[in-house]
Design a protein around this ligand. Sequence first.
Ligand SMILES: O=C(CO)COP(=O)(O)O
Length: 260
Amino acid sequence: MSRKPLIAGNWKMNLNHLEAIAVVQKLAFALPEKYFAHVDVTVIPPFTDLRSVQTAVDGDGLLITYGAQDVSPYDSGAYTGDISGAFLAKLGCTFVVVGHSERRTIHGESDEIVLAKTKAALRHGLTPIVCIGEGLEIREQGTQVAYNVAQLEGSLAGLTADELAKIVIAYEPVWAIGTGKVATPADAQEVCAAVRASLAELGGADVAAGIRILYGGSVSSKNVGEIVAQSDVDGALVGGASLKPEEFAALSAIAAGGPL
Ligand SMILES: O=C(CO)COP(=O)(O)O
């Protein structure tokens, strides 16, 4: 099965709503429409930018999609500070990132919380980008495959095959995030292949063959080509390089199969 590559730009806590409009417009200008037949490109700004990004995308009829960095496990009510999936759907979000390592570490999110957020995303018609990834100590022990498979299974426990078919997985080794230390293409492929095998056990081979698995961690236009060339890597979750529209456009174009 051929899977269309997905390049997702996770802005993290960068760019206010005015800066967001400028970055989206520059990105659209730098990435001609013809590339969108070969790659899906999405930006994942802070919540406070989403309405402005929606206006820019809708107003100019852009082919870029957008999503959020987190979602509440709950739909409404007394959850101060939380953002409901219903609100994100109403803002036209396509994706929502759940279980990013920064949330697992800094905010203590467990696999159970990640699962609840994944279900919340699905309830509201959003595509969850479910993140997994090992820290340096696990990598040094050489137990990264078992670690990631366990995190995957914990974060997706009990989802039906139909639900699994609607998700995206992002493998982001924590030691490669924001460090400039990119995993080798073989490192990325090893874990992504194990993830797909595990998805096949959970949802069947056909469902697993259709699920997009992204790699994340110091991805740039210099390394994205060899990473997405791996058979089980279907795109990238990009941090720092997504803040620079020309660079993000260039790496998206490479993932589409050709330089600008
Ligand atoms: O965490 C990441 C994306 O979610 C990766 O960040 P960097 O691309 O800055 O390493």
